[in-house]
Design a protein around this ligand. Structure first.
Ligand SMILES: [Zn+2]
Ligand SMILES: [Zn+2]
Ligand SMILES: [Zn+2]
Length: 360
């Protein structure tokens, strides 16, 4: 949690505050991966790929649960999702095939393709030589309703669709099942159906446990922010602050306010672990604070620091609060006293000296 970037923080806040249960993808053929999480792209101003990476890594960390959403098909050779299916003749592999309806003249039982009925004078059954009519299935309903009075004669000599087959224009073969071939529009490769690659795409959901943990963290963060704002501070949480070295530091909460002739800069770090938190977190926060020029540093250690880390924190004059969660840590009156107090006169004097030196 301590390593939460401001972007990630915003992501969590939006999920919780807007009650976004599922993060679902939308299909997008312009995207290399064929889909985007546009809601999150817009929210975080990230590229689709950055969003996807973030969601995947959060799912690996167990913060997000992942669910099957759909499957996209891809080229076996180049991985492109720009693939099309084409149907071919079973015998000669030509794509020059068409659907041929097998028509039955029910009265005499003859079955044959439409062309067998065709003569110069119209449709005639080749077996019984009766004139017949054929109403294409898609037009049948309209025809019947328009001429309901003549239904009987139509039915008598009409042809029924017996089955649909395919006819190859190249070799004239008649067959009931086509061969499917996949064609990649990117690398122009062709491959059979069983070689098509599959890309599973997911929807994501904030895991129950993580959701609970974040809620217990978000509220107190806001509480801190509101309190400091009430005290006249400009507050950013989370914040990215450029230090004197030029390096940008990610800070959980940064507040600053003009106090007399100097600016009081308060830095709040929240660090969390399953066990004790080591020296490294203390050092990192110290380096950031030093570079930013802040002497008022609070470290919330959830649940606690190691003895060594605590010693260093004391040596660096950090205020350390240890608790099971941030909400409980804020029950400590000392947190608010520390934030409320004006900076001691001694520090002001130091700043004064620095200013004088600069003038010389
Ligand atoms: Zn390809
Ligand atoms: Zn053929
Ligand atoms: Zn007939």
């Amino acid at each position: 949690m301590s390593r939460q970037s401001p972007r990630l923080q915003r992501f969590y806040e939006e999920l919780l505050e807007k009650d976004i249960a599922y993060i679902r993808p939308v299909f997008d053929i312009t995207s290399r991966v064929g889909h985007r999480y546009s809601q999150i792209d817009d929210l975080l101003e990230t590229s689709s790929e950055e969003t996807l990476q973030m969601l995947e890594s959060l799912s690996n960390e167990g913060v997000l649960d992942r669910y099957f959403f759909d499957k996209l098909l891809s080229c076996v050779k180049c991985g492109s999702l720009n693939v099309r299916i084409s149907t071919h003749c079973k015998k000669c592999n030509s794509a020059n095939i068409y659907k041929a309806m097998m028509l039955q003249h029910e009265v005499c039982g003859y079955i044959g393709p439409e062309e067998m009925y065709r003569t110069t004078t119209g449709l005639v059954c080749p077996k019984c030589r009766e004139e017949v009519i054929f109403v294409k299935p898609e037009h049948a309903t309209a025809k019947i309703s328009n001429s309901s009075d003549h239904r009987a004669p139509i039915a008598l000599n009409s042809l029924n669709v017996y089955s649909t087959l395919y006819r190859c224009n190249h070799c004239n073969e008649l067959f009931d099942d086509t061969v499917e071939l996949w064609h990649c529009l990117n690398c122009q490769g062709r491959f059979p159906k069983d070689q098509v690659g599959e890309v599973v795409i997911y929807s994501y959901k904030l895991n129950e446990e993580a959701s609970h943990r974040l809620r217990t963290e978000l509220r107190p963060r806001r509480q801190l922010q509101e309190f400091l704002e009430g005290q006249g501070y400009a507050v950013e949480s989370p914040a990215v602050i450029q230090g004197r070295s030029g390096v940008e530091h990610e800070i959980d909460l940064y507040a600053n306010k003009q106090q007399g002739d100097h600016i009081r800069k308060v830095i709040v770090g929240v660090t969390r672990s399953n066990g004790e938190i080591g020296l490294e977190e203390v050092l990192k926060l110290y380096v950031k604070a030093h570079d930013i020029g802040s002497k008022d540093v609070i470290l919330f250690a959830i649940p606690r620091l190691t003895d060594e880390a605590r010693q260093y924190a004391a040596y660096y004059r950090m205020k350390v609060f240890q608790s099971e969660d941030l909400q409980r840590a804020l029950n400590d009156r000392e947190v608010w006293d520390f934030l409320e107090r004006e900076e001691p006169a001694l520090k002001r004097k130091e700043e004064g000296i620095a200013v004088t030196r600069k003038r010389v």
